[in-house]
Design a protein around this ligand. Sequence first.
Ligand SMILES: CC(C)(COP(=O)(O)OP(=O)(O)OC[C@H]1O[C@@H](n2cnc3c(N)ncnc32)[C@H](O)[C@@H]1OP(=O)(O)O)[C@@H](O)C(=O)NCCC(=O)NCCS
Length: 169
Amino acid sequence: MKLRTLRPGDADALLAFELANRAWFESKVEARPPGFYSGAGVAHHIADCLAKYEVGTMHPCLLVDDDDSILGRTNLRDIDAASQRAEIGYRIAQHACGRGLAGLALRHMLAQAYSRWQLASVEAYVTVNNPISAHILAKQGFQLVGLEPAHAEVAGQRLDCHHYRHLRV
Ligand SMILES: CC(C)(COP(=O)(O)OP(=O)(O)OC[C@H]1O[C@@H](n2cnc3c(N)ncnc32)[C@H](O)[C@@H]1OP(=O)(O)O)[C@@H](O)C(=O)NCCC(=O)NCCS
């Protein structure tokens, strides 16, 4: 398996991945708009990600198996060269969880953040209802910064989020 940058040709596989795991993801993170879940919606999403990648404000990656099937996604978003910060997000297919893939994805993106994008820190927000994700962040060296009240809406509930930060060493 490997991590690689998202491509325009990923639309069909990405739609299948997001649909297959929709209920799983929406139980843990904010739901995507309903218009996302169509060929046109995902093609638009990919074009938007790659436009941001072109100008250096986003790094969208897929975690793929040896046959290039999608196991997960991870993105650096809101890359800001001035403040040398970005925010990380990640999601792993439910059937592939518990194999260390999120840890792998985080290590890869932290290396990209500091070598390629020359950042000084990476931010992460995790709801108070997602202790596994908080555990993964802490294991990769993220430090708890504080609590952001009502920062996310998950499954119809407004939730507080823990704000984590990883600093370049
Ligand atoms: C959170 C998520 C990314 C984890 O992915 P994963 O590939 O299963 O994670 P890993 O296998 O790398 O690590 C799982 C860790 O959680 C631990 N864990 C498993 N069940 C746990 C539980 N109930 N409570 C606490 N920790 C738990 C595992 O032991 C492992 O830790 P270890 O490496 O110290 O043994 C995945 O569940 C997911 O995509 N969830 C939906 C989207 C989401 O929540 N994204 C994160 C938003 S901040």
